[in-house]
Design a binder for this molecule. Structure first.
Ligand code: NDP
Length: 348
């Protein structure tokens, strides 16, 4: 059995979701009320792979919203309580979706293994980041040529290069894909130098100069919603893989030779029959989902009940290939530019 721990992308969205699901008390509640709300197991579903294998899983809403990020104890309690609920529900492998894996790492939750009478078993959880990184790399490899970008001549900027997903993407694009040059963007200098040393290459740049040079930009950092991008200064064509939260680059820069693709999203081969992705603003919510969630499904399909993605900057190319093969085998496909987006190329 697989599990998915998620959250709404804003307090406003959480209240809307609560109203839709008939939780009127929550829909009317203020942020303080939400801070003390326990996690909710909202949905149980059955999923069948093209191989014929069928698995069952549950979606748990942690009742966390990004507005709680500054409240350390609340954020910690939300994630740990959701993990406890997953374990007590007998779920074998659960993905920590969205901010929950970042809270787990950044707030060092490994030291809080005992939740009331439950000793959390880490082997039951995965961040899902190996699959997310693999999907983002496939999105680069498949879509860049479609918009006229030759990767072996392209400069690829990775914004969030030193992160768990970003560092894996850098390794893959350099060693597996063979892009012409990696532009490494993050705020802290030391991890950037370490990454550059590990890769044996890549150029460290601030965001603005990197954007002015990059043919492809992979966004794998949570950036402020107020971030301004001067579309006029971007090279054309330019492919942007929007892998962070919130995924709002299409409203900022798409058009006139700048192609924006939601990053780290996969499409399943058939309808899943669930409600949860309706509120995540997927174009096809019955089939599309976050790659980190899909990783829990893949681990369950394969009976790999282990914390496949765990800790920070441990993702290997071998594990990316392994989860990538499982992804294809079980009917997932990385989201690509739509015929409508590609059709508009003719007029660019
Ligand atoms: P990490 O915390 O491991 O890495 C974050 C990276 O972003 C670091 O390199 C950090 O470096 C950098 N960063 C943070 N803020 C900025 C900034 N303002 N400007 C430039 N760089 C910045 O996160 P993960 O790798 O786990 O996740 C990365 C993103 O992917 C997150 O937004 C997460 O929500 C999203 N995600 C998406 C998924 C999906 O769509 N399927 C699944 C899982 C995660 P520094 O601090 O030095 O700046």
């Amino acid at each position: 059995m697989f599990g998915l721990i998620g959250h709404s992308s804003s307090f406003e969205e959480a209240r809307h979701k609560a109203r839709t699901l008939g939780y009127d008390d929550y829909a009317d509640g203020d942020l303080d009320m939400w801070c003390s709300a326990p996690p909710q197991l909202l949905e149980t579903i059955q999923v069948t792979s093209p191989t014929g294998a069928t698995i069952q899983g549950s979606y748990i809403d942690s009742c966390f919203v990004p507005e709680m990020l500054s409240r350390f104890k609340t954020a910690r309690r939300k994630v740990l309580n959701a993990m406890e609920l997953a374990q007590k529900s007998g779920i074998d492998i659960t993905a920590l979706g969205g901010f929950t894996s970042i809270i787990f790492e950044n707030f060092k939750l490994l030291q809080f293994q005992q939740i009331r009478s439950t000793m959390l078993e880490w082997s039951r959880f995965t961040t899902g980041n190996t699959h997310t990184a693999w999907v983002i790399c496939r999105q680069v490899e498949t879509n860049a040529p479609l918009v006229g970008i030759e990767l072996n001549r392209a400069k690829v900027a990775v914004v969030g290069a030193t992160g768990d997903i970003g560092s894996a993407v850098c390794r893959w694009l350099q060693q597996h894909t063979g892009v012409a040059e990696l532009l490494l963007v993050a705020r802290q200098a030391l991890p950037l130098l370490d990454l550059q040393g590990e890769l044996g290459g890549g150029r460290i740049l601030e965001l603005a100069p990197a954007l002015a040079e990059a043919d492809v930009v992979v966004w794998v950092a949570s950036l402020p919603q107020t971030l301004e991008i001067d579309a006029a200064r971007l090279p054309k064509p330019c492919l942007m893989i929007d892998g962070g939260y919130p995924k709002n680059l299409d409203t900022k820069v798409a058009g006139n030779g700048v192609h924006v693709l939601k990053g780290g999203i996969v499409e399943f081969w058939q309808d899943i029959g669930w409600q949860m992705m309706e509120v995540a603003e997927m174009a096809n919510p019955q089939r599309q989902l976050f790659a980190c969630f899909a990783e829990a499904m893949l681990l369950d399909f394969e009976n790999w009940h282990t914390n496949f993605s765990w800790g920070r900057n441990n993702i290997t190319l071998a594990n990316m290939e392994k989860i990538g093969k499982a992804s294809v085998r079980h009917g997932f496909q990385a989201l690509g530019l739509t015929p409508a987006q590609l059709g508009s190329l003719a007029t660019v």
